[in-house]
Every structure is written in C-alpha cells, then in structure tokens.
Ligand binder design. Structure first.
Ligand SMILES: NC(=O)c1ccc[n+]([C@@H]2O[C@H](COP(=O)([O-])OP(=O)(O)OC[C@H]3O[C@@H](n4cnc5c(N)ncnc54)[C@H](OP(=O)(O)O)[C@@H]3O)[C@@H](O)[C@H]2O)c1
Length: 386
C-alpha cells in the first residue's frame, strides 16, 4: 500500500503518520508538507517523528512540498510521477481556526484545497481509498443534548457555531460529488483534547480552553451537559485501524460515545483535586459571558449579576493583573463554551463493531496525566494562536 497523507505536521496528522509508518502493510508514505525547500520539508517531518522519540525511516516516508492554497496544486501533483502508484489518500490537513478573521482561508483550505486533492485522486490509476478526516461537529448547533448518529450529517440546512465546521460539512459534499462511495471513508472525530499517554501532546488545542477555564473558575456553562472528548492517541489509533478494517460503512464517528462522555462538572472535579488553592468551580448561566466581557472592557453596569461574585473578580485581578487582559481569553473561549453547552454526544457503535478498538477512556480520567503540561501552558500565548 502506498499512501499520500496531508496534514501530517499537525496534531492528529502527526500521530496518524507515525502510526502508519509502523504498519508492515504500508510500503511508502508521501506527505504533503508546506516548506520552502526539500531540506526544510525533511526537517519538518523529522520533528514529527522525533517529538515522541519515534524513528523517521527516510526510505519509507517522503515529503512532497505543496500547499492546499496553491492554485495549481492538482497539476503539481499530477506532474509528480513518483506519486503515480498511490492507492490511499489520507486527508487530515485543514485550517482549524475558530476565529472569524480566518474565514476566507478556512474556506480556501477546507473546501477548495480539498477539491484539488480529490481531483488529483480521481485520475490516479491504482487509487482505491480516500480516507477523509472530517469532524462530528458538522451536525451543527441546533442539535442539542442528545446522541448524534453518523447518518444525520452533512445536513445542508444546519447552522454552525463557526465557519470551520461549515467548511468541513461542505468538504464532505465535495468528496461525494467527485468520488464513488466505495472509495470513500470518512472518519469524523469528536473533540480531540490532549493525549492519554503520559507525554506532551503535539498541540495545546482544546487543552488551552481547559487551562483557561481552570484559571477563570467562574464558568458560564451547563456543568451537566455531556461533552464528547477523545485523546489524540485514541483518535489516531482508531483512524489507522479503520483504514485496515473490514468496513461495513463509509462514515464513522471517532468519539467517546455515551459511555465515556465527560462533562464540565466531571472535569472540574479532576481540576479541583490538582489545583486545590484556587476558588471552587462555580457554574453560571451562559449569558454571564457577556457581563464578563463587559467587565474586561471596564463597562460593566453597576448592579449587574456578575458583581455578586466578588471572590472570582478578585481572583482574576490576583491572577491576571489588569482585568483588560481577560478580553482576549473571553473572546477565545466564546466558541468553546458554545460547543460545551450543546451537549452533543456522538454514537461510536459503528466504530466499536467494525474495528478492533479498546473502549475510549473518559477525558476526566486521562486528563490527570496531562496536568503537569497544563500547569505550564501559557493561556495568553495560546489565545493568540487561535
Ligand atoms: N483537533 C480536533 O479537535 C479535531 C476534531 C475533529 C476533527 N478534526 C480534524 O482533524 C484534522 C486534523 O486536525 P488537527 O487538530 O491535526 O489540526 P492542526 O494541528 O491544525 O493541523 C493542521 C494540519 O493541516 C496542515 N495545513 C493547514 N493548512 C494547509 C495548507 N494550506 N496546505 C497544506 N497543509 C495545510 C497544517 O500544516 P502546517 O503544519 O504547515 O500548518 C497541519 O499539518 C482536520 O481535518 C480537522 O478538521 C480535528
């Protein structure tokens, strides 16, 4: 099997690449990498392998310099004769930003960029599988407090918390427009947070939200809303196993499912145990975020509900100094809190039936191994990144 993978320098893609490189069934892996030169591209792949001390087999794993935003990417790939024998494409690259300022780039990468890869795949002679990494959150924000099944998405009428999930839904439609169902496998992870092994995760994404919430402690969210979270090592293992499994379906959630779903309340217990010197977690109505943002702008009207929580306001002053510095944290948290309040849990019964996979560990259990990393996480630096 010869594989072409995109997004292998990313959080999930890096774990998928390392996992694939250890499989005997895999002959060669070509990785689309954004880089200025061959040397730069090799260095980037070297970093992916060395991150957790894995071996980079340069006779098996090769970089292909390219960018999903390049207008002529399809032509570049067609012209590269080394890629003629690709059988499998694993498409993990995406612009995962939640920030509105990147909306156009998100579209260009996740819809137009994806289409360039699909158009190239279409003309490959030995191509048999397009494994696309989607996201379970394409179901949209009207779906609340219930179990979501794969068949419900993509729903063209769904409305979205962020443009990113809309673009991922459009991406799935593009794949189906060009490729027959028997060549498509869509793996839709839920929310990927941290690593369940006792190691530094490749990315602080989502853990950043946890670390920020942990420092704020007054949380405008429903503590009981179910939250479907998995670790990156679980997601990568499931996706690679899915590629080699006898599949009965072409779309799979890669998720905690109802049994291993967590909640803000359960996560808060784990955090309070590890950080006992902070105020206790206090959950308030989700519209309190507006008041918190006003406070950070020094525009909170006198007599507002938020002034009933002086202990937390003092804690913020002690922790962050100027309250105005909270603006960036609250703005960054906004979409995460909205996802948290949706209470979506993604059915994982298809995955567990077709793939030899252990049951996922609830996030409030494995997060304990990430506490040392969380302690060091600079929440302001993280907020600037997203
Ligand atoms: N993380 C989650 O919670 C989550 C949940 C569900 C689904 N997913 C899906 O899982 C996949 C991987 O996500 P992730 O968390 O690994 O994201 P990530 O850490 O942001 O990695 C994104 C990857 O895409 C590459 N990329 C972005 N723009 C590109 C472009 N224009 N041309 C070429 N490559 C480009 C990045 O390359 P550079 O290194 O050069 O930037 C990086 O390798 C995505 O499809 C995402 O939608 C993620």
């Amino acid at each position: 099997m010869n594989i072409f993978i995109t997004g292998s320098t990313g959080f999930l893609g890096g774990e998928i690449l390392v996992n694939l490189s250890k499989r005997k069934e895999v002959n060669k892996i070509y990785c689309l990498v954004r880089a200025q030169s061959e040397v730069d591209a090799i260095l980037r792949l070297d970093k992916v392998f060395s991150f957790h001390g894995d071996h980079y087999d340069r006779d098996k794993v090769f970089p292909v310099i390219g960018n999903l935003m390049d207008a002529d990417l399809t032509a570049q790939l067609i012209a590269n004769k080394e890629l003629n024998d690709i059988n499998v494409i694993v498409h993990s690259a995406a612009n995962t930003s939640f920030s509105g300022i990147y909306d156009r780039m998100v579209e260009q990468t996740n819809i137009e960029g994806l289409e360039k890869i699909v158009l190239w795949a279409k003309q490959l002679k030995n191509f048999n599988t397009f494994l696309h990494i989607g996201t379970a959150t394409i179901c949209g924000k009207e779906v609340k407090n219930r179990l979501v099944k794969e068949e419900e998405s993509p729903n063209p009428n769904a409305s979205h918390v962020v443009s990113y999930t809309h673009s991922k839904a459009q991406g799935e439609l593009i794949i189906r427009k060009h490729l027959p169902a028997n060549k498509i496998v869509i793996a839709r992870p839920s929310i990927i947070m941290g690593d369940s092994r006792d190691i530094t995760p490749r990315s602080p994404v989502i853990l950043w939200a946890c670390a920020t919430i942990n420092q704020i402690r007054l949380i405008p969210a429903d503590p009981q809303a179910k939250l479907d979270v998995i670790s990156v090592d679980y997601a990568a293992e499931a996706i690679v196993k899915l590629l080699f499994a006898k599949r009965k379906h072409d779309v799979y959630h890669i998720s905690s499912g109802p049994e291993a779903a967590t909640s803000a309340a359960e996560l808060s217990v784990a955090f309070e145990e590890h950080f006992p010197d902070m105020p206790r977690y206090c959950f308030v109505k989700d519209d309190m975020l507006k008041q918190m943002k006003l406070l950070a702008k020094n525009k909170l009207p006198i007599g507002s509900e938020l002034s009933k929580y002086p202990e937390y306001i003092q804690h913020w002053k002690d922790t962050f100094g100027e309250l105005s510095s909270l603006r960036i944290l609250f703005a960054g948290l906004d979409p995460y809190l909205e996802f948290l309040n949706l209470g979506q849990v993604f059915d994982n019964s298809k995955l567990l039936a077709d793939v030899d996979m252990r049951k996922p560990t609830p996030a409030h259990e494995y997060i304990v191994k990430q506490m040392a990393y969380l302690e060091k996480l600079d929440v302001f630096e993280g907020a600037m990144d997203f």
